[in-house]
Design a protein around this ligand. Structure first.
Ligand code: NAD
Length: 482
């Protein structure tokens, strides 16, 4: 386990007096106190990253990727320890934390395949004249991460950006910075040259400084929609390349012919996994026609999920309060709470932040539980009479990260696939996260900027194309395009 002293060794010294307290959501205990980075430190680290870029970008991609092969082995060897750290700082269960590390491994495997994907093109375009393309790195880039996947989200950006020749400023969530520090420490031990990856700690101020920094060329962001909008606008306003992934309100359409056990299990796992703190979590269930038998099974499933046992904590006392407030407001507006996760306490961890799985029935489309991102283990059931009605509600919601349908009809599933307004769609899958090499990103207010954050699409984001035309045969005639 990472100790406080090890943490301090991995941070650079700063003149700032401000400190960040990192607490475990599991029991409220203080895990670490980190120096908050200020503008001077960002300047210093960006300068180091610029210097490192000169050598790193000139290193052939096949050499750069060797660091990540070493890193892949280290990730596999330390899976358990890394999962424990994620659990400690984020509050999810150990199984969920282990799955997060598995995904980081898969993302790193993809990064290791980049030399195969970024070879560029070459063609003899006229006699003795050749055109070729090179994917050139951008320079110093930034990655800003949220709290909910402290290990995986940095792996959406960092391995690809670095293998492609960039150097990076990584800004983890101030609530969960420890996994990022560990990632930097591990990469350094794998041979990543100093200055290629740099971590700054803090919140709003340091993010704004990143967006304004003249020597940072691109900014990727993952977090809530209001902040995604601010970051995208500020970074592009400063003429940077930007991609900002925002929040979500994912709708699952449950049709009467859906397989009852599979549907109940998947919907409940989707809404309660990681305590509902996933941008891919089910938040609204559109119950088409009579699906009471499935709802009964969902309640049975939800009652088997016990905070502190197979359900982790939510990130903070503030988050617990916010989630419970949403449930209470739905109740006051006439919705029916079928399973109530409010006031959950875990014996021996009374200072932890727990909310049990919550199923709210008879929600109307205007209620705040139906329109706003709750980010907790809560699902709101809206009853509708037809598929058209369900699709209209889904289409009207401003987000567009994920959507799903539960049915045994291929034709109905196909209609939903074509008509939902979301970037990632599940058929009988509650959490339709694409596995590599399929890329990740939503639509609408769940993403600002073009392209996806992972997969081949990320090559376009982290590089710019250089087009070279060459002629070595002086005897060749000047032609129409010379
Ligand atoms: P957040 O928006 O509060 O914070 C994200 C990052 O922005 C953090 O690093 C934080 O320090 C920084 N930040 C916070 N407020 C800021 C401000 N006013 N100005 C500049 N920077 C600021 O998000 P969070 O609470 O850490 O994470 C949860 C959110 O992230 C949810 O909305 C969730 O849906 C979303 N999320 C989206 C995806 C996706 O792929 N679309 C993935 C994971 C999480």
């Amino acid at each position: 386990m990472l100790t406080h002293n090890q943490l301090n060794n991995t941070t650079t010294s700063t003149a700032s007096e401000k400190h960040l307290s990192v607490r475990s959501p599991l029991d409220g205990k203080l895990l670490a106190s980190l120096k908050e980075s200020n503008k001077a430190e960002l300047n210093e680290l960006t300068g180091l990253a610029q210097k490192a870029f000169i050598h790193w970008s000139a290193t052939p991609v096949k050499e750069r990727v060797q660091v990540f092969y070493n890193y892949l082995s280290l990730l596999r060897e330390n899976k358990q320890q890394l999962a424990q750290l994620v659990q400690l700082e984020n509050g999810k269960t150990l199984d969920e934390a282990s799955a997060e590390i598995e995904k980081s491994i898969e993302l790193t495997e993809f990064a290791c395949s980049l030399p195969q994907l970024c070879a560029g093109q070459t063609m003899e375009v006229s006699k003795g004249v050749e055109c070729k393309t090179i994917y050139s790195p951008l320079g110093v880039v930034a990655s800003i991460a949220p709290f909910n996947f402290p290990h995986m989200v940095p792996h959406w950006t960092l391995p690809n950006a670095l293998v492609l020749g960039n150097t990076m400023i990584l800004k983890p969530s101030e609530l969960t910075p420890l996994s990022s520090l560990k990632i930097a420490e591990m990469l350094e031990s794998c041979g990543l040259p100093k200055g290629v990856l740099n971590i700054v700690n803090g919140g709003k101020e340091i993010v704004e400084a990143i967006c304004d920094h003249p020597d940072i060329t691109a900014v990727s962001f993952v977090g809530s929609t209001p902040v995604a909008k601010i970051v995208y606008k500020r970074a592009t306003g400063n003429y940077k390349k930007a991609l900002a992934l925002g929040g979500a309100k994912n709708h699952l359409l449950v049709l009467p012919d859906a397989h009852p056990d599979m549907t109940a299990g998947n919907v409940v796992a989707s809404m309660s996994g990681c305590a509902g703190q996933r941008c891919m979590a089910a938040s609204v269930m559109l119950a088409v026609g009579n699906v009471d038998h499935i709802i009964t099974k969902m309640c049975d499933e939800a009652r088997k999920i016990i905070p502190g046992q197979n359900l982790g904590a939510v990130i903070s006392a503030k988050a617990k309060e916010r989630i419970e407030h949403y449930i209470t407001s739905a109740e006051q507006q006439g919705a029916k709470i079928l399973v109530d996760g409010r006031n959950s306490l875990v014996r021996g961890k009374e200072k932890g932040y727990y909310v049990g799985p919550t199923i709210i029935d008879h929600v109307s489309p205007e209620m705040s539980v139906a329109t706003e991102e709750i980010f907790g283990p809560v699902i709101s059931i809206i009853r509708v009479n037809s598929l058209e009605e369900a699709l209209a509600i889904e289409n009207k919601n401003p987000f567009g990260n994920a959507a799903g349908v539960f049915t045994q009809s291929g034709a109905l599933a196909d209609r939903v696939i074509k008509q939902v307004s979301a970037g990632m769609v599940g058929v009988n899958v509650g959490v339709p996260v694409p596995r590599e090499p399929f890329s990740f990103a939503g639509w609408n207010d769940s993403k600002f900027g073009s392209g996806d954050i992972t997969g081949e699409s990320s090559i376009g984001f982290w590089t710019q194309l250089k087009k070279i035309t060459t002629k070595w045969n002086p005897e060749a005639k000047v032609n129409w395009m010379s």
